[in-house]
Ligand binder design. Structure first.
Ligand code: SAH
Ligand code: MG
Length: 215
């Protein structure tokens, strides 16, 4: 990965350990090279994973769309981030991570390669028709939001394209269940094959089987 962008990715605020970010970057490169369509992530937050993926998009001539309403995740409940004034819009007292994401892309020089889509994942999915080379799911981790992300976005991955899921924890002691359940559902559906060597930490990477049954 381009060392200049990598330095920004490492310094960016977010929830993506460097080894997992580099693994995600590798998936992004493969997806970009596949020419199957753009890359899309759900859950921009402050843009950290968008830098790992956006760097891959830039280097393969692809585009990354990054979707987030920038209001924080419901399952964390109101006030979870409010100890940190830098993530709050002083005018309204509401979480707003969009300025951080914008700045991260600007500083890393990726504004021409990453498109921020500001809105609820389900709303964007309902209007989204383009086949995707990669969907990276790292949005709301509550049961309903996570399963909706899988249900709504999974079918938009082109045959041969990738589905990456973050925060997959087989052991409940390590984290919440919904991403793990999403991963199990995907494997059980017969539509996806795990690309095990591409996974890292809590990142799991699946590939849409050719001729997979439609949803
Ligand atoms: N990928 C980021 C972390 C994402 S944190 C990184 O690497 O740092 C999860 C994000 O999902 C939060 O920013 C939250 O605002 C967003 N989110 C949660 N539920 C959402 C929904 N229903 N629609 C859009 N974004 C959502
Ligand atoms: Mg995550």
């Amino acid at each position: 990965m381009d060392p200049a962008v990598l330095a920004h990715a490492r310094a960016a605020r977010g929830f993506m350990p460097d080894d997992e970010g580099l693994a995600l970057h590798e998936v992004g490169l493969r997806a970009g090279h596949s020419g199957l369509g753009p890359l899309l992530e759900i859950g921009t937050y402050c843009g950290k994973s968008a830098l790992y993926l956006g760097s891959a998009a830039r280097d393969t001539g692809a585009v990354l769309f990054s979707v987030d309403h920038h209001r924080g995740s419901e399952e964390n409940g109101p006030g979870w981030e409010h100890h940190d004034a830098s993530l709050v819009d002083a005018r309204t007292g509401r979480t707003d991570t969009l300025p951080w994401a914008r700045r991260a892309l600007e500083d890393a020089g990726l504004e021409d390669h990453v498109v921020l889509v500001v809105g609820a994942s389900a709303t964007v999915a309902a209007a989204w028709a383009a086949p995707l080379a990669l969907v990276f799911i790292d949005g709301g981790h509550g049961e309903e939001v996570a399963s909706a992300d899988y249900r709504l976005w999974g079918p938009k991955v082109a045959a041969g394209g990738y589905l990456a899921i973050h925060d997959v924890f087989p052991d409940p002691a390590d984290g919440g269940r919904p991403p793990y359940e999403m991963y199990l559902d995907a494997l059980a559906s017969g539509r996806w094959v795990e690309e095990e060597p591409l996974g890292c930490g809590s990142l799991r990477v699946l590939r849409r089987a050719a001729g997979a049954p439609s949803p």
